[in-house]
Structures are given as C-alpha cells and as structure tokens.
Design a protein. Sequence first.
Length: 184
Amino acid sequence: MKENFSRDDTETKLILLYMLEQIEIPLSEQFIFDICTSRNSWINYMELKAVFPTLIEFKMIFSVDEKGENPRYSLTALGRNIVNSFYKDIPEDLRENISTFCKTNRMYFKRLQEYVAEFKKNADGTYMVKLKIIDSTSDIPTFEININVQTRAEAIKAIELWPNKAPNFYEFVYTNLLWTEKGD
C-alpha cells in the first residue's frame, strides 16, 4: 500500500530543495506547500509534510527570520551543495517544469509575501482594511495603512488591488512626507 502512496523520500527532498534553489527567494511554509502540492502536484502533501521538518533538522533549509510570526525558508549552503550534487536524480522534464514555473512566478510570490492585506468587520457593520508592506529581510512592516470602508465588497477590492498598488502608495507617501519643497 505504501508503494502506491509514496515515492522515495529522497526524491521528494531533492524536488523541494531544487524548487527553493530555482525560486531564489525565501518562502513561507504556506507558499512552499502551495507551490509544490496544490499548484503543481510535484509532491504529495503528506510526503512534503513528512520531509519538511527533516530538511530543517539536518540544516538543508533554514528560517530566514525565526522571530516573525510567519517565517520564510531558504536553502543553506549544505542544501545548495546537495542540489548541485544530485539534481540529475530529479527527472529532466520535472526539473524543466520547476525551473520554468519558478522563473515565471518568482516576483508574484515575492509580492504576495511583501504586500499583505487583510480586513475585519467592525461592530458598526463597516470594515477595517489593513494594508502592509513587509520588509522581506525582517518580517517587520515598513509601511502600514488602515482604511475604514463601508462594504465587504470594497474591502475585498482593496485587498485584491493592494499587491499592484502598494509600491505607488509607498512612493507617494514617502516622497510627500519627507521631500518638501524649498522654504517648507
């Protein structure tokens, strides 16, 4: 029965290490699982759940910021060496698929982790939308704004637009707050 469920966990580990090498940015556990299991079916969820702590324990991957509430993981030098030594054990078509996906989607996942948005319903029926830009090296907000909106639809729209609008908001506030005209 196990043969039908699981591939060799060495290959599972190599696939995960290879994906982290190709994506070239630290990722939260949630995004690692999403990329490898839901979006691409490269790894079975239960297999990934079993090998992930092992890769941390044996220092092949590490948490970039362990103090943050949502740590991001990246390859260690050991993990990189293992990928370089054994990447040919990953089928070539799978390596190409992983490389293509990571190159195409790297900035998308970076933005999703750095431009965070959430909302909650207030007692009066309005919604508070919290929009943040998170420093990827420290998991600390570098910019945060709270906006009260009237409807759930407006809250959802703000959250959907935030990843594309965040850099412009930050630039506008920073420029207008810190760079004043002569004589001010």
